[in-house]
Design a protein around this ligand. Structure first.
Ligand SMILES: [Cu+2]
Length: 614
């Protein structure tokens, strides 16, 4: 057995001597500097408490929000920080405890913190204008609630795009009865995206030119995937006024992708002893970036999703939507590994080094070829082979071979005949208000719960899909839903407008109303060409993925383009709850609504749930 005391000294020495990164280290909380702090004693019994000396814990936790300089490479800008750091401090709670979180606003604008994925009284949820007024400059607001669950979560601002400028951090809750699956060590991995352009400015640029950050957009004709696109295909995409290279609105052109606040040039590293079982708590805390996560040479055993345990399932790569969390168990050998989180459009990556000894590095794999959208992503359903334009070619076989305008007309007609393949036919989505905010209605959305994420169809290893997720045992708390609410995810790329059912939040007069304790099925139908991570506050819902009474619980779900996903939820938390796309700029441009659960509990009884402003 290796001496941990000795190793720890060696590791701490190594960290101290990493001179190059020292200048910006003041911004990293202890937990994000190196992983020596997250250390189970060797031979830890199942559920034994990890070393959490660097975490904030206890019943009273103080956080202060401020503007702090943040540096990457040679550039420095002001970030919005928690206790002076980006990401914010690790908060470590225990299931069953009560907690009071005192947030002091040191900014000159309002702020807020939302506890993502937590079950709490709605007044404590932290969404300005929905659940509380927000925290004014100079004020201290106290959130207080009982901790009713365990797992890996996170927190972030819900004000003015602040989460995109750094206001976010990890939150881990230890189970009251100990972990179901033991680990020798754990590492918290916070993925984020950082831009020297403020979120509001990014949004302004996208409003003017939706492909502002998509440099591939202008060049994809030449070499989207190495080989030029055939002329007929170009014409077809052009006719639909769409581009198969439209994968992400904001790209590596402006974002640096970070692990625990560190850029790939000076990566964060985590140290382990060979053969240890290491639990990775991975949180996608980015503003706008879905990541494809893998560790070449190391299989990932998924043990929890969005904080809830799942039956362990081994895989090699996972697409993580914004705000999703996954816990993985890995058993690394005596070598270094690179944890790679590639942005979904492959315009950049975040990475970290996992190694048995300081200074070791594993190769950084190159970015893979950017993916292209397929007909299925455009909501053309499952029509034969879905290899890019192949499906469209298949449809063409029934038509006359013409060229130009004549062919276009014939094709449009044929599509109508075949079941209305026009890209904006209101008959395909009753319930959607055909506002200027809707430039596309996927004609034939299909259930994509079992599909790999965008761009991962043809990678030659295992990829996690939602139908792989299963609760560890039968659940007794599930009942069949008594009604279904269909929500369409809609948008207009050209105007950069995003909405539910064609209506932006500013236009929506009616919240989604649920009765207290009713069981409802939400069906989310994505009529756009982008993957939207949709989050419902205040509940953990049951993902409808064919697992019967073992459906997994989640708080955020990726809805693939041209696809739909369903979840069931018991409306057991009265109040008003935000329901939105977790891509920050989609939420800010209107893909947001409120789910209202009535009746509320007796008004007097709710007093002790309220927070206070000092
Ligand atoms: Cu979205």
């Amino acid at each position: 057995m290796i001496s941990h005391a000795m190793n720890r000294r060696a590791l701490l020495g190594a960290v101290a001597s990493t001179g190059s990164a020292a200048a910006i280290c003041t911004l990293f909380p202890d937990w994000a500097r190196a992983q020596t702090m997250h250390h189970h004693p060797s031979g830890a019994a199942p559920g034994s408490a990890p070393d959490t000396t660097s975490a904030l814990q206890g019943e009273d936790i103080k956080l202060s929000i401020a503007r702090t300089p943040f540096s990457l490479g040679k550039r420095t800008a002001m970030a919005t920080t928690v206790n002076g750091s980006l990401p914010g401090p690790l908060i470590r709670l225990r299931e069953g405890q009560d907690v009071r979180l005192h947030i002091t606003n040191g900014l000159d604008v309002d702020t807020s913190i939302h506890w993502h994925g937590l079950l709490l009284p709605f007044e404590m949820d932290g969404v300005p204008g929905v659940t509380f007024p927000g925290i004014r400059p100079g004020e201290t607001f106290t959130y207080r609630f009982p901790v009713r669950q365990s797992g890996t979560y996170w927190y972030h601002s819900h004000s003015g795009g602040q989460e995109g400028t750094g206001l976010m951090g990890p939150l881990v809750i230890d189970p009251a009865d100990g972990e179901r699956i033991a680990a020798d060590r754990e590492m918290v991995i916070v993925l984020s995206d950082w831009s020297f352009t403020a979120p509001m400015e990014i949004l302004r640029k996208l409003k003017i030119a939706p492909d502002y950050y998509n440099f591939r957009q202008q060049t994809w004709f030449e070499a989207p995937s190495g080989k030029p696109m055939a002329l007929p295909d170009k014409l077809k995409w052009g006719r639909m006024r769409m581009s198969p290279a439209d994968i992400a609105d904001v790209t590596g052109a402006t974002y640096s992708y970070l692990v625990n606040g560190h850029a790939p040039e000076a990566p964060w590293s985590g140290l382990f002893h060979p053969g240890e079982r290491v639990r990775l708590r991975v949180i996608n805390a980015s503003a706008m970036t879905l990541f494809n996560l893998r560790i070449p040479g190391l299989p990932l055993t998924v043990i929890a999703a969005d904080g809830s345990d799942v039956k362990p399932v081994e895989t090699d790569e996972v697409q993580i939507g914004v705000a999703e969390t996954y816990d993985f168990l890995v058993t690394p050998g005596d070598r270094a590994y690179t944890l790679v989180a590639e942005s979904i459009d492959r315009s950049g990556m975040a990475c970290a080094t996992l190694a048995p000894r300081p200074g070791m590095r594993a190769p950084l794999p190159p970015l893979r070829k950017p993916p292209l959208l397929t007909m299925k992503d455009m909501g053309m359903g499952d029509m034969g082979s879905m290899n890019g334009m192949g499906a469209m070619d298949g449809m063409d076989h029934s038509m006359h071979h013409g060229a130009g305008e004549a062919e276009a007309k014939a094709e449009a007609k044929s599509m109508d005949h075949a079941g209305s393949m026009r890209m904006r036919d209101p008959d395909n989505a009753p319930g959607v208000t055909l506002t200027p905010g809707v430039d596309m209605i996927a004609p034939m959305p299909v259930d994509r719960t079992g599909d790999r994420g965008l761009g991962l169809d043809d990678v030659d290893h295992r990829v996690l899909v939602y139908t792989d997720l299963e609760a560890p045992g039968p659940r007794r708390d599930m009942a069949p839903p008594t009604r279904e609410i269909e929500v369409h995810l809609t948008g207009n790329m050209e105007r950069y407008m995003w909405s539910f059912d064609g209506q932006r939040f500013s236009e929506i007069v009616e919240p989604i109303r649920l009765s207290h304790n009713e069981r409802v099925r939400f069906k989310l139908v994505n009529l756009t060409m982008m993957t939207h991570p949709i989050h419902l506050h205040g509940f953990l819902f049951d993902l409808v993925n064919g697992k019967g009474d073992r459906q997994p619980r989640k708080h955020t779900v990726n809805v693939l383009p041209g696809g739909f996903v369903a979840f069931d939820v018991t409306a057991d938390a009265p109040g008003d709850w935000a329901f939105h796309c977790h891509l920050l700029l989609h939420m800010m441009s209107g893909m947001f609504n409120v789910v209202t659960v009535r009746p509320l509990e007796d008004e007097p009884g709710r007093d002790n749930a309220a927070g206070d402003v000092a």
